[in-house]
Write a protein that binds this ligand. Structure first.
Ligand SMILES: [Zn+2]
Length: 149
């Protein structure tokens, strides 16, 4: 099957998050048949919930829809490297492949910091593909934080 990136859909969610005044990060979850079954952007401020990151919200939605706490065979696209919390949730959800855009040297948990998937206590490691459309995600984040100053 030909690879098709869904990062542009995740970017739409990141832009929508920025418009809500949230840190512009977006995520989508793609089913084994190639359908987007959940999409979300950050809503930590709106929901007064520090766990309301795009990845967590998308995973909650997808799990509720299929009636399972596991998303075997599903892929997750997110515009920014997941933080340690989200990296762990992605593992718990048994996501098959993780595609992310920009690296996050400050708060990431995949390639930097805790490197969640490198620990033997991590029982499921997704395939990880980084740098997907990274420039667009970086530009959006930079512009967002520049406007805040
Ligand atoms: Zn996170």
């Amino acid at each position: 099957m030909k690879f098709r990136s869904y990062m542009s859909e995740a970017m739409k969610e990141a832009h929508a998050a920025a418009e809500r005044g949230e840190v512009p990060v977006g995520a989508v979850i793609v089913s084994p048949s190639g359908d987007i079954i959940a999409r979300a952007g950050n809503r930590t401020r709106e929901l007064s919930d520090p766990t309301a990151h795009a990845e967590v919200l998308a995973i909650r939605d997808a799990c509720a829809q299929i009636g399972s706490e596991r998303l075997v065979g599903h892929d997750l696209y997110v515009t920014l490297e997941p933080c340690p919390m989200c990296a762990s949730v992605i593992s718990f959800a048994r996501i098959s492949r993780l595609y992310y855009g920009a690296s996050d040297p400050k708060s990431g948990g995949v390639e930097v910091g805790p490197r969640i998937y490198s620990h033997k206590q991590c029982h499921h490691t997704p395939e990880v593909y980084d740098g997907i459309d990274a420039k667009a995600a970086e530009d959006l984040l930079r512009d967002f934080f520049a406007a805040k100053r």
